[in-house]
Design a protein around this ligand. Sequence first.
Ligand SMILES: C[S@@+](CC[C@H](N)C(=O)[O-])C[C@H]1O[C@@H](n2cnc3c(N)ncnc32)[C@H](O)[C@@H]1O
Length: 362
Amino acid sequence: MVKDLTVDRSFDAYQDFVLKCKLAWTRQLYPALKSQYDATVAERAAAGAPVPADHTEVAAALADNPLAQYFGWFERHLQRMKYSGLHGLEPHFAGRREQLAEDLKAGAESGLVDLDPAFEQPGYYVAVDIHQQPGGVWSDEVGGYIYERGARTTTPLLASDADLHHRFTREVLARASGAKRLVDLGCGFGKSSRPFYRQHSELDVVGVEVSAPCLTLAARTAAEDQARNVRFRQADAADTGLDAAAFDVVTSTMLLHEMPPPHIERLLHESHRLLAPGGLSIHLDFLTDEDPFRRYIHYGHSARNNEPFMPPLNEMDIAGAHRQAGFESVEVVPFEEMPGALAPGFDAWRFPFVMIIARKAA
Ligand SMILES: C[S@@+](CC[C@H](N)C(=O)[O-])C[C@H]1O[C@@H](n2cnc3c(N)ncnc32)[C@H](O)[C@@H]1O
């Protein structure tokens, strides 16, 4: 029997194992840690001792707690396992480099992507291997594939990761009836742009992204979709080179937490410039409330997943930064990434998703 080289059951089994471990971390370890923490707080309160007032005091209270140590270790190392080892993403895709490079030609030659060979990556972006992906999502020609496959085990409670993007697309278009031109900043390998261009032929969509491997994969997928209403462009979201007032909607999905606050401020000025009068700006990202435990978990995730700008985003005055950039009526609205995620009884780990919504004056 001839072996089918496109099927790799060992790789699939290993990545499925990582996913199942992440599920156990999300559904079992997180609520268990939360209840141990609540018990510690209750004991302290009963003894008249001070209870943690912020995330640093939560960290101090849990420093010697074995479950807290295990929880952090498990998150850090599961993410590392995803990429490394015999069936990790890195060796898997490196071993198929030639075949994949050939496959990507359909993207590069589709006419749907505008790459800039002289593009210089922002300094903050190359300073860490984001998500622990070795070399980041930009330095390897197969980096887009690695990112795409890795993203499938990032939010394990979502039946399909795509569901989140469909939900966000609906939220955006519910606030932008009649929109014709939309720009998706930090579009990655196109997952966030796809529901817009695929299900809304009335829209012209531009995806902007710094990573050429991600853009080429986005264009390959769009070519396969036979899309006519999307273009991808290699540029910094804070300096897109696109025409002023050319868009009805500016969106981003999980981009802001990847950049330092001064870069976010530049991006907001650029977004304001790109929008036509009355245009909508809407960013899906992560902001925790004041709850010390939730903040401790979110900041810990930031460190463990090599995403250093989550805390600065959380602490900057994001509404004020929008107003500084010229926006009106800024609001921050919780985002329900799956049914029940915002219900009081929901006790699994989740990202603190919010939509940051603003308008340019009409
Ligand atoms: C977490 S990913 C989200 C990708 C996509 N929006 C999605 O939802 O799947 C953030 C993306 O932003 C890109 N990025 C980071 N800094 C950027 C910048 N200054 N300009 C454009 N894209 C940027 C990264 O390369 C990455 O692909």
